[in-house]
Design a protein around this ligand. Structure first.
Ligand code: ZN
Length: 190
């Protein structure tokens, strides 16, 4: 599937608010292809030249609903730290039916707020998320069921993408009365 800025579904489309369905395993070839196309988007979008040439907006994650398919699939490629050579360490997943099986009471939020390929305008404000989540699902890259223990930024990204299955946009979670009020007890991620 051709995925670029023009084909990604925006939040003025009611589809974004619909629920995504679980996907049958083993994956059909069609589902495999779609999920790999989603992952390719997320990876290539961070390469300036490719992004320019293919009309991609940088992203760390994407959910299938954003390309118009109401299936519980997400692709994630985000930085989780640096190795001893100062090279970024990436967490990369192509997940089918991921679900949060536990989440910490401890909260976190990104200092810069969140963004979304389906949101064309900025929505400033802190988005409260669990600091740690345990996510279970089938990972196409590893071709097996996996349990991901995510913390901090990766935990935020997984929660953001899994929210799309319920038709929830990140800005639904911003306190509209006080979007940049400190969230008590939460850890801010720079
Ligand atoms: Zn999003």
């Amino acid at each position: 599937m051709l995925i670029n800025v023009n084909t990604i579904i925006k939040d003025n489309d009611p589809l974004v608010r619909q629920k995504s369905e679980p996907v049958a395993l083993p994956l059909s070839n069609e589902d495999k292809e779609l999920l790999m196309d989603m992952l390719t988007y997320v990876i290539e979008s961070k390469d300036e030249e490719l992004a320019e040439a293919k009309n991609l907006r940088p992203a760390v994650g994407i959910a299938a609903v954003q390309v118009g398919v109401l299936k519980q699939m997400i692709a994630v490629d985000c930085e989780i730290g640096y190795d001893e050579n100062d090279e970024p360490i990436m967490a990369t997943y192509a997940l089918v039916n991921p679900r949060i099986i536990s989440a910490s009471a401890k909260q976190t939020y990104l200092k810069s707020g969140e963004g979304c390929l389906s949101a064309e305008v900025d929505h400033a404000g802190y988005v409260p998320r669990s600091m740690r989540v345990k996510v279970e699902g089938y990972d196409l890259l590893q071709d097996k069921m996996v349990t991901i223990r995510a913390e901090g930024y990766l935990a935020v990204v997984l929660q953001h993408e899994i929210d799309h299955f319920s038709g929830i946009m990140f800005y639904d979670r911003i306190n509209q009365m006080a979007p940049n009020a400190k969230i008590p007890g939460a850890i801010m991620i720079e």
